[in-house]
Design a protein around this ligand. Sequence first.
Ligand code: SF4
Length: 329
Amino acid sequence: MNTQIRHDWKKEEIQAIYDQPLLELVYQAATVHREWHKPSEIQVCTLLSVKTGGCPEDCSYCGQAARYHTDIKVQALLPTEKVLEHAQKAKDGGSSRFCMAAAWREVRDNKDFDRVIEMVKGVNDLGLEVCCTLGMLTEEQAVRLQEAGLYAYNHNLDTSESYYDEIISTRKFDQRLDTINNVRKAGITVCSGGIIGLGESNGDRVSMLLTLATMPVHPESVPVNALARVKGTPLENNPKVPIWDMVRMIATARIVMPASIVRLSAGRIEMTEEEQAWCFMAGANSIFTGERETLLVTPNPGLSEDMQMFQNLGLKPLVKENKSACSIV
Ligand code: SF4
């Protein structure tokens, strides 16, 4: 392999990669991708919202924030048996990983957390890789999850540090980093990426990638999301993210974090198969799919549609002997 994993990136270097003529950028990313991954293999993950809506946070993009008037129905923590039924179906449908999301600000040491621990154990017993996204986490809570068999924890940066306050006022960027550190210290793999289309500048996108790519260990999984414009949220009228912006972001992430799984996450529902093919060409090698045709609370292509796309593009689900990170959008 020629490409080295680097943790000493400078912002100007990443900006120069991001600003290249698009075809040159995609060519470079595709080349790096082939050094580190099999380009025909795409990781297939299933995501289930185990507790929906009613969140006290004010993330401007999120329909689950209690303060916005959206059509999303609040749902208390699902019973463990129900979650395990979904996990079994996901496994039967070909997923090797199962990700559980709860719309919480942070994990509290209460009965609900005990139930999540049970869910993690149960999904692990099914032989699936288990991922969670539950909000902020202390190191002790991370250790409990790890001991229960949690493999990956998702905690997205969302955007750059300097743009963060424009999008969320109820927590700070540094708190995101604290949780990611707690997850790392507990020996759980990290899934962390962000969203484009929030009104951020190209410089903000590059800054977010810089934060990820200069971590002492790169997140094993990097979701790149296009804003899903949810009616009732402050960002509902933002313009649709142009496909070339997604391709540019994915390609840059691929080049600066060559070993990571880069996930084409939210936004696929608004993309044609050809547009998704560009994202795979640029180095994306993971998607969420599933029986329910939703990604948490927003629409997502279903499993059969995705398997048809795989067939058309000559792709196949990634089957790994060793576990690797997977989690939320
Ligand atoms: S993104 Fe997560 S933390 Fe933010 S409002 Fe939605 S559920 Fe809550």
